[in-house]
Design a protein around this ligand. Structure first.
Ligand SMILES: *[C@@H]1O[C@H](CO)[C@@H](O)[C@H](O)[C@H]1NC(C)=O
Ligand SMILES: *[C@@H]1O[C@H](CO)[C@@H](O)[C@H](O)[C@H]1NC(C)=O
Ligand SMILES: *[C@@H]1O[C@H](CO)[C@@H](O)[C@H](O)[C@H]1NC(C)=O
Ligand SMILES: *[C@@H]1O[C@H](CO)[C@@H](O)[C@H](O)[C@H]1NC(C)=O
Length: 174
């Protein structure tokens, strides 16, 4: 009886661990980027400066944190980004909570502004979304042609390895 209960406790713990591992593995490629970092989405910040040197990859999310009573998040085209024209957004990401998530699901240049005049006070952001880089950092930089796409690395190698490990543990437990 006691032994059985212990086994159940162990397998529960194991299951939780597996879930955590799988979650971490699947989360490796996608990042949630808080726009402006600690400062958030607000006026008098140069977001061109902020985005400089940062990489935005397909599958990442932009997270806009701001004062919902004042600002908003509008996706616009290049022209309207440059002129701060908020009247014809391609997408209105404003939900009303002052916490908006934008999935970067297309490799292209994204343009965001805040309406209500805040674009003129610096609230404009342009980000180039790129395809994911090859996973191992030690890859020779000039070997781009043979580099395999990264999602396969997780699914083809790591996941079976984890599952095999789990199966092995399972046989030990029961
Ligand atoms: C923001 O920074 C960029 C790049 O450093 C610069 O070209 C631009 O003039 C700055 N914008 C403002 C409004 O200061
Ligand atoms: C952006 O949209 C405006 C209409 O709001 C249009 O006049 C302009 O040509 C568009 N610019 C681009 C680069 O698509
Ligand atoms: C964007 O959507 C929000 C929430 O639905 C709405 O309150 C707001 O008026 C919209 N803004 C624009 C510029 O369309
Ligand atoms: C990207 O996301 C937008 C907004 O959720 C959606 O309208 C669009 O269809 C998506 N595009 C692709 C290629 O998944």
């Amino acid at each position: 009886m006691e032994v059985q209960r212990q086994n159940i406790a162990w397998s529960t713990l194991l299951l939780v661990l597996i879930c955590i591992i799988l979650f971490m593995l699947s989360g490796v490629s996608a990042t949630r980027v808080i726009v402006g970092g600690n400062t958030g989405w607000t006026s008098n910040v140069n977001y061109t400066e902020w985005a400089k040197g940062k990489h935005f990859y397909l599958g990442d999310w932009l997270y806009f944190v701001y004062d919902r009573n004042q600002m908003n998040v509008l996706e616009v085209n290049k022209t309207n980004y440059e002129t701060c024209n908020e009247n014809d957004p391609t997408h209105n990401w404003t939900t009303g909570a002052g916490r908006d998530v934008v999935p970067l699901n297309v490799t292209m240049m994204y343009y965001f502004i805040s309406g209500k005049g805040f674009c003129y006070r610096g609230m404009k952001l342009a980000v180039q979304v790129e395809n994911l880089p090859p996973p191992p950092p030690s890859f020779p930089a000039n070997n781009k042609i043979n580099a395999s796409p990264p999602p396969n690395y997780t699914t083809q190698i790591v996941t079976p390895a984890v599952l095999a490990f789990v199966a092995l543990l399972w046989t030990f437990l029961y």
